[in-house]
Structures are given as structure tokens and as C-alpha cells.
Design a protein around this ligand. Structure first.
Ligand code: ATR
Length: 286
């Protein structure tokens, strides 16, 4: 009788040294007593295909995919979930019956983080303003449309990129310039920053939020620092606020379940572990 190999998963990217995914998945492996492992695998640009061929071999159940391979991974997968197809990018892969599957869990991660940080928001939020038009913005547009929002306004430095997102996602999407945004904020039930502004080492976001409604929610995808200036200002003005760490933690759960068979919980213990790592070691990528 042959002993099946221990289940393994990994994160791949270039560079991948700073990924916090091993900390998150390692914590869950320990919590649920699973005899498995989660590693880092550095894959240089141009070598993703070779990496993908290793999925499903020797106990390697699947992987998280990070910069710069998310779009390449989408192209390399045999099948993708609906959300990955809509976003044109993949962050979670696995093999099923020889078929390489790809998913994108960022949208689900954002919804999980809002459910945790602003309970009841699904009943209240009808209109959103999203700052930024990159991959994170697209995932959040998808997420908000999936829960039935009426109106999503994209604000971006490069207005053409915002127009592309609006075209891709249909009639509930609108575009505003950065200069027009502060006046429009009074119509928003939620403001979400998806740009890299406010991240340690980057410029500040510098958006005037005083016109937001008193009960509007403010969310940021940036989690280094743990509290961005946007989140701090929102809190000072009495808004409910949701920092970026929750999205990082919640986007990890579906992959873990897929590879190791248990839906893991995002607990305060896990949050504390990752917060300590951020406070101790500075800026990293997911
Ligand atoms: P991600 O996939 O993480 O969303 P991205 O695709 O590189 O990353 O998108 C980064 C977003 O941050 C974009 O909306 C970008 O604006 P542009 O489309 O105009 O480049 C925004 N961004 C980054 N640096 C910025 C800056 N200094 N000022 C304004 N917006 C900035």
C-alpha cells in the first residue's frame, strides 16, 4: 500500500519572499491539526507554465498566485470560475481530474471583510464611490454588483482606465474625475480606496471626505499601515470604517478550503498574528 503524499499548497510570485500568505495558511494548518504544508515558490516571469504543470503532483494541491502572474495564470488555466472570467485574473488555482482550475477570491474577500467590519451594510448600501481602476477596483465592482448595488462611481487619476472598467461592468457604473469626487461624495453610502495611495512609502490619498453622509462607510484596501490616514480621518468623523487587512485574510479562506477540505475562520487570533507581523516587519505584498 502506498502512503499518499502530505497535502501541500503554496504561494507563487516574483518576488514572493514578502508574502504573508504562509503566515495565514500556516496558522490555519496548525489550528485545524492538518498534517500539511504551505510554502513560498518563486516563479520568474515567463516560467508560470512550468510552475502550473507542478500543480496536482506530489501532494501539491494548489496555489495562490500573486504579482506578476495573476493575468498569465488566467490564460494558463483550463477552466475558470465566473468571477475569475469577469476579472480576467486568477489568484487561486487547483487541479481537478487533470483540469487546471482558476478562481479569483478578492471579491469574496472584500465582501467577507465588510460583513465582519460593518455588519448590516448589505441592507443599507445602494451607492458606492470607488477610488482607483486597477485589479482591486475591478474585484470590488464585481463584489458590489453581486450584492445588488444601484450605482457605482469610479474615480481615477487616469480617467480612460476608469472608463474601461465602467464599460466592462455595465449601466450601473459611472465615472468621475478626481476633482469632481469630493462634491459627489454626499451621494455615496460607501467610499472605498483601491489605489496604492496611503500605503507606507507612497503619497497620501489626500481626498476631502467632509461631504460624506454621517452614516456612510469608509473602506480601504491598503493594510500597511494598518490604519491609513483615510481610515483615521473617517473614524475621527464618526464613520464606520473597514481597513484593508480583512480583505487579505478573507480572500485566503476559499483557497484553504479547496486544498485542505476545511473552511477556515478569520479569528481575532489570526488577525493579531498578521498585525504583529506588519508592525514588526514593514511593507509586504499579499
Ligand atoms: P491593483 O491591481 O492593486 O489595483 P493597479 O492595477 O496598479 O493595482 O492599480 C493601481 C491604482 O492606483 C490605479 O487606479 C492607479 O491610478 P492610474 O490608473 O491613474 O495609474 C492608482 N494610483 C497609483 N498611484 C497613484 C498616484 N500617485 N495618484 C493617483 N492614483 C494612483
Amino acid at each position: 500500500m502506498t502512503i499518499p503524499p502530505r497535502p501541500r499548497a503554496c504561494v507563487t510570485g516574483w518576488p514572493v519572499d514578502h508574502s504573508r500568505s504562509p503566515l495565514i495558511h500556516g496558522h490555519w494548518l496548525g489550528t485545524y491539526g492538518i498534517e500539511g504544508s504551505y510554502e513560498r515558490v518563486a516563479t520568474p516571469p515567463g516560467e508560470f507554465k512550468r510552475f502550473a504543470a507542478s500543480i496536482g503532483i506530489g501532494g501539491l494541491r494548489g496555489a495562490n498566485v500573486t504579482i506578476p502572474h495573476k493575468v498569465t495564470a488566467f490564460a494558463e488555466c483550463d477552466r475558470c470560475t465566473n468571477v475569475a472570467q469577469a476579472l480576467g485574473a486568477v489568484n487561486t488555482i487547483w487541479r481537478e481530474g487533470g483540469i487546471l482550475w482558476g478562481d479569483n477570491t478578492d471579491a469574496e474577500g472584500f465582501l467577507g471583510s465588510l460583513d465582519e467590519g460593518a455588519p448590516g451594510w448589505r441592507r443599507e448600501v445602494r451607492s458606492a464611490v470607488i477610488l482607483g481602476a486597477g485589479g482591486a477596483s475591478r474585484a470590488i465592482v464585481y463584489a458590489l454588483l453581486s450584492v445588488g448595488l444601484d450605482r457605482i462611481t469610479i474615480v481615477n487619476r487616469t480617467i480612460d482606465r476608469a472608463e474601461v472598467v465602467a464599460e466592462a461592468f455595465g449601466p450601473k457604473l459611472f465615472v468621475l474625475s478626481w476633482a469632481e469626487a469630493p462634491d459627489w461624495l454626499g451621494n455615496a453610502d460607501i467610499l472605498i480606496n483601491t489605489t496604492s495611495l496611503g500605503m507606507s512609502g507612497q503619497n497620501q490619498l489626500g481626498i476631502e471626505i467632509s461631504r460624506l453622509k454621517a452614516d456612510a462607510i469608509v473602506a480601504d484596501v491598503v493594510y500597511v499601515p494598518l490604519e491609513t490616514a483615510l481610515i483615521r480621518d473617517a473614524r475621527r468623523l464618526g464613520h464606520r470604517s473597514v481597513g484593508g487587512l480583512g480583505m487579505l485574510l478573507h480572500q485566503a479562506a476559499p483557497g484553504f478550503e479547496r486544498w485542505f477540505g476545511i473552511r477556515p475562520s478569520v479569528t481575532s487570533e489570526l488577525r493579531g498574528l498578521v498585525e504583529a507581523d506588519i508592525l514588526g516587519l514593514g511593507a509586504k505584498i499579499s
